[in-house]
Design a protein around this ligand. Structure first.
Ligand SMILES: [Zn+2]
Length: 228
């Protein structure tokens, strides 16, 4: 899945207004950020197979760290602990947002199971694979991805309001970029090689996270974050 993950990041701002949209989106796409980096250094592997599914020309045959259920649990737990136990912060107020961040991280696995063919393994290579193959339906992919993004943005906008023109135009820019990248991914030609995919993925995702941080700095939550 692609922009559906961003939809979850947007939506969780409603659940925990104390967390920046940038951090929530970073959590929701963390598995793909790691996958891009692991592809670059040769730790994980995928290949381009035009027509592999109706909307995605990739065969993901070796990504046990970033995209297994076990990997997702470990990453979500690490995200929880890192946020909760952050050395310079007051721990008593951070358990709830830490849990929301962990939920953002683990949500990636669930959404990818919906999209992918059964290549999302439980414990890594040679363990059972999960995948509902939504990518074999163009209409289904468009409805689910755009639907999740739309719901997420609606919740984000109801949870925050703009305090400068950047908060309004920045949000519009972010949403337009996501939709353009999504459409280009589906209807554009297959990429030339997997390394250019990894480079584009890594740079593009960090850029989108940075823009999300900037947008969130120019909006404030309508209610303060509830902490526990
Ligand atoms: Zn993924």
């Amino acid at each position: 899945m692609f922009i559906g993950h961003y939809g979850i990041g947007f939506a969780l701002k409603k659940v925990e207004p104390g967390l920046s949209l940038g951090l929530l989106i970073f959590g929701a796409i963390m598995l793909d950020i790691l996958f891009g980096l692991f592809l670059l250094v040769g730790v994980e592997h995928a290949k381009i197979v035009p027509g592999a599914t109706v909307v995605s020309p990739f065969e993901f045959y070796d990504y046990p760290l970033s995209h297994s259920a076990l990997g997702a649990v470990i990453l979500a737990t690490s995200g929880f602990l890192a946020y909760w136990l952050w050395p310079t912060a007051d721990r008593t107020k951070r358990k709830r947002p830490a849990f929301v961040l962990a939920a953002a991280i683990f949500s990636h696995f669930i959404l990818d199971v919906i999209s992918h063919t059964p290549d999302m393994t439980l414990f890594g290579n040679n363990s059972p694979g999960l995948g509902l193959s939504l990518w074999n339906s163009l209409a289904g992919t468009m409805i689910v991805e755009l639907g999740l993004l739309f719901i997420g943005i609606t919740l984000y906008m109801s949870a925050t309001h703009s305090i400068s023109s950047s908060g309004t135009y920045g949000l519009t820019l972010l949403v337009l970029m996501l939709i353009v990248f999504f459409i280009a991914n589906i209807f554009g030609p297959p990429p030339p090689d997997i390394i250019s995919v990894a480079v584009t993925m890594t740079i593009g995702q960090f850029a989108l996270v940075a823009i999300a941080y900037w947008v969130d700095k120019n909006r404030i939550a309508n209610r303060p974050g509830r902490r526990s």
